[in-house]
Design a protein around this ligand. Structure first.
Ligand SMILES: CC(C)(COP(=O)(O)OP(=O)(O)OC[C@H]1O[C@@H](n2cnc3c(N)ncnc32)[C@H](O)[C@@H]1OP(=O)(O)O)[C@@H](O)C(=O)NCCC(=O)NCCS
Length: 150
């Protein structure tokens, strides 16, 4: 079940899921994520009291920006990411947005965990629209992916 009005406990569970995904989220990413959770929209997928996945988003000039998402490792590959994204797609439709945008690590960076992430986004209908060179020392380049909303 997708929950929009999340409790403090759900929020902490979402942060714990992020901590359980160190191959994707660095300590700095986790710190930024906690700030983003507080200042944007956070939804979680729950089964009873168990938070299985989270998605953080905002809106910007006709688009939904997907800021962060993650599924607890033991529940990956069971459709939870798809469920969260379907909810977001319906939200985008309800709001009359034209696209969902997300940034991720490019193919050029040879790092297996994000190959899975890209496979998920491409399977879900996202297409690359831009390549962003990193502007901060030590940060990676990013690709910008977009999914059109009809
Ligand atoms: C990416 C992620 C959100 C996907 O959620 P999920 O619940 O595991 O994905 P689903 O079960 O809905 O899978 C949907 C499709 O994505 C693709 N996919 C998912 N996991 C995959 C994997 N490990 N390898 C390759 N493709 C994969 C498949 O095409 C799959 O479709 P299929 O089951 O019909 O083959 C989740 O795996 C995750 O949290 N990854 C780590 C964190 C992350 O990458 N976050 C996004 C960046 S902010």
């Amino acid at each position: 079940m997708i929950v929009e009005k999340i409790s403090k406990q759900d929020l902490n569970e979402a942060i714990n899921i992020a901590k359980s995904l160190p191959e994707w989220f660095t300590p700095e990413g986790q710190k930024n994520m906690a700030i983003d959770f507080d200042n944007n929209n956070l939804i979680v997928e729950k089964d009873g009291d168990t938070v299985k996945g989270f998605l953080c988003y905002t809106t910007y000039d006709g688009k939904i920006l997907l800021i962060w998402m993650g599924v607890k490792p033991e529940f990956m590959g069971k459709g939870i990411g798809t469920n969260l994204l379907n909810w977001l797609t319906n939200k985008a439709k309800d709001l009359g947005m034209y696209a969902i945008e997300v940034e991720t690590l490019p193919e050029e960076v040879d790092y297996e965990p994000y190959a899975k992430t890209r496979a998920f986004y491409y399977k879900s209908g996202f297409k690359q629209i831009a390549y962003k060179k990193a502007t901060i020392d030590g940060w990676d380049d990013q690709i910008v992916l977009e999914k059109n909303i009809k």
